[in-house]
Design a protein around this ligand. Structure first.
Ligand code: SF4
Ligand code: SF4
Length: 423
């Protein structure tokens, strides 16, 4: 595609990057059928090709921010279009640049700014969000059933500590997951322990920054990234071999740290290393002996692959393959490449489109009458659970269920390295 971005914009890193991405697009339209919002709304401007054209016009100064923003707001950032594109157009990066530019060009209406500000101030704050969630969970029995389904029941985890091991991996705590589903990281730590790897969580880590990043608060997102790098660095220098992220949405963001901080002299090198160390659970466990977790396959489950897992981390099919190897009977899913509608803050900001996508996704997931839906991202899990007739769980919890309930699987101590902050 030919472009005519102003020289002043081309001189900036974002302008140069956007121009390079735009020039790769040949307007073939192969991406359109994979776009959930294009399928739903049937408007070219709500599909990837139309949005790319809108971003180009915006960056060239031909159109104003307000008109473009409406269509960019409706984009889920699911990146299904990226997977489908034969020309390698990095739509995810382009839409982030386009959104930031639209914000700068025209001010949002006050209610829209207010809700975005409120989300950015509350959701990424692990301690405050956790405290608020505990209060809400206490009120749960008094809530009407529709509201109760939005609030997961509180979970009291039995005390458990990983055994010191020679192999150690950091694990992101994140922001909302410890309050909504603390069982996920616990399950991950227990499974790692069973394959003789010690999970390390550090209290200083924070939100991965994805929420701020997708709400066009780029500087705030970078601050989250820097805080995580600082929090993890002592453990990385002490020999942690990977950074495990059990929410694929957060994993996609951590993988981007190297790119996002490339112009920060103090953090660029560290960020590249952190991104290279980031692993989804399936990348670690596919290489381990999980014989203990073999399923007798007596009931059908379905796996909902989050967009961040298949289009962001490019790990499509890997978790399904591992579960099948372990004997799980997996039901097939139509349109498994399509988003469930959760998409971070999308379900709050675009409720009508989001609910329609969830209804379609759930119908497809339930077509094989599964006893359970497994997935790999806290956002999809919570959102589907609100309306699902069957339990929705992180797949790592299924693997952990096969472990003995109380003591760690292996009572021996590999080696005590005395690493500070390990817990
Ligand atoms: S993004 Fe890719 S698939 Fe879509 S129109 Fe451009 S070149 Fe074609
Ligand atoms: S990221 Fe998803 S919603 Fe946005 S244009 Fe691409 S396919 Fe459509």
């Amino acid at each position: 595609m030919q472009t005519a971005l102003p020289e002043s914009l081309l001189a900036t890193p974002e302008g140069a990057e956007a121009d390079a991405i735009l020039r790769k697009c040949v307007h073939c339209g192969f991406c359109a059928p994979t776009c959930p919002t294009y399928q739903l709304l049937g408007d070219e401007r709500d599909g990837p090709r139309g949005r790319i054209y809108l971003i180009k016009s915006l960056l060239e100064g031909v159109s104003d921010g307000a008109a473009t923003r409406q269509h960019l707001d409706r984009c889920l950032t699911c990146r299904a279009c990226e997977t489908a594109c034969p020309s390698g157009v990095q739509y995810g990066r382009l839409v982030d640049i386009g959104r930031a530019h639209a914000e700068r060009k025209s001010l949002r209406p006050l209610p829209s700014r207010a809700i975005r500000w409120l989300m950015r101030r509350t959701l990424p704050q692990r301690v405050w969000f956790g405290a608020a969630m505990r209060v809400v969970q206490r009120l749960r029995p008094l809530m009407p059933s529709t509201l109760r389904r939005k609030v997961p029941a509180g979970v009291e985890l039995a005390p458990w500590s990983p055994i010191p091991r020679a192999r150690r991996m950091l694990m992101l705590k994140g922001c909302v997951q410890p309050a909504l589903a603390p069982s996920i990281n616990r399950a991950m730590a227990r499974v790692l322990d069973a394959v003789r790897i010690q999970a390390i969580e550090v209290d200083e880590d924070t939100c991965c920054g994805a929420l701020s990043h997708h709400l066009a608060a780029a500087d705030e997102a970078l601050d989250f990234a820097r805080r995580n790098i600082d929090a993890w660095w002592p453990q990385i220098e002490a020999g942690a071999e990977a950074i495990l992220v059990t929410a694929s949405g957060c994993g996609t963001m951590v993988r981007e740290y190297g790119h996002l901080l490339r112009h920060d002299a103090a953090y660029a090198e560290k960020a590249v290393r952190v991104s290279a160390m980031c692993r989804d659970p399936v990348e670690v466990l596919a290489a381990e002996d999980l014989t203990f977790a073999r399923s007798d396959g007596d009931s059908t489950i379905v796996f909902h692959p989050p967009c961040s897992l298949q289009h962001g981390l490019k790990l499509a099919g890997r978790t399904e393959q591992l579960l099948s190897q372990l004997g799980y009977r997996l039901g097939g899913i139509r349109d498994s490449h399509l988003c469930c509608g959760s998409a971070g803050s999308y379900s709050i900001l675009q409720p009508r489109i989001s609910r329609e996508l969830r209804a379609r996704k759930l119908a497809n997931l339930m077509a094989s009458s599964p006893s359970l839906i497994a997935t790999a991202n806290i956002g999809c899990m919570s959102y589907l659970q609100e309306v699902s007739p069957v339990p929705v769980r992180h797949w790592i919890e299924l693997i952990a269920d096969a472990l003995p309930a109380a003591a760690p699987a292996t009572p021996s101590v590999d080696i005590d390295l005395g690493v500070p902050g390990a817990q």
